[in-house]
Design a binder for this molecule. Structure first.
Ligand code: CA
Length: 226
């Protein structure tokens, strides 16, 4: 999962980044609204953490930009402003959740997971799909009851494809999701194919089936019927 942290308190931002990276997310930071705005136009994020009180920008305006950009990145507002007005305004404008400061990192993570799950239509942290039982919290995948031994990248790619089940995800989307900042011309899509090949093999070894479909010239799709 690729997360953008928009927060001008560097110490807090760095703390969130360090924590989320330990939990398997990849993070980018924007300490100002202008940096955030630039990043929003050039990158895609699975989630945006947005501080409303920025030195150079009104967080509410940034939220409007995010919604307008139609990239469908969910937003969690982090705010020291605890007025009901701000909260209602933020949620009305399309934010997915609102977390007043101070908050615990554990709570932040559980809100993040809830928002991402909801966005993809899953209600729980345990996903059962085809032969797979996925524990999003523990980052463990069982296939027919046996644990799949996945590398971090394989896990991240699998989850991204599963969350978008029955839709085609492109190599570029996978790449952005896993590695974040990428320059289109330089990214090597073979790299992704290698991970997919390994994933397929590991799943097929335990399940005997292959539900990671390759859509020629486009990308991949998790076939939840398969
Ligand atoms: Ca602030």
């Amino acid at each position: 999962m690729h997360v953008l942290i928009v927060e001008d308190e560097k110490q807090l931002s760095d703390e969130i980044k360090k924590y989320l990276e330990r939990e398997g997310f990849s993070c980018e930071e924007a300490y100002t609204g202008h940096v955030a705005s630039d990043k929003l136009w050039s990158n895609s994020y699975d989630l945006i953490l947005l501080d409303l009180g920025l030195p150079d920008y009104d967080g509410i305006d940034l939220l409007k930009e995010i919604v307008k950009s139609k990239k469908e990145s969910p937003v969690i507002i982090l705010s020291a402003r605890s007025s009901l007005d701000d909260k209602i305004k933020g949620l009305d404008l399309g934010a997915d959740d609102y977390l007043p400061k101070p908050f615990s990192l554990l709570e932040l993570k559980s809100r993040i997971m809830a928002v991402i799950r909801r966005q993809h239509g899953f209600r729980e942290n345990l996903i059962r799909i085809n032969d797979l039982d996925i524990d999003l919290d523990k980052r463990v995948v069982l296939c027919k009851g046996q644990q799949l031994l996945l590398t971090r990248k394989e896990y991240d790619i699998l989850i991204f494809i599963v969350l978008n089940k029955d839709r085609v995800v492109t190599r570029l989307q996978i790449s952005e999701h896993i590695w974040g900042d990428i320059i289109e011309e330089n990214y090597n899509s073979n790299y992704i194919d290698v991970h997919i090949k390994n994933l397929r093999k590991k799943i097929a070894d335990l399940s005997g089936s292959d539900y990671l479909e390759t859509v020629r010239g486009v990308g991949f799709r998790f076939n939840s019927e398969g």
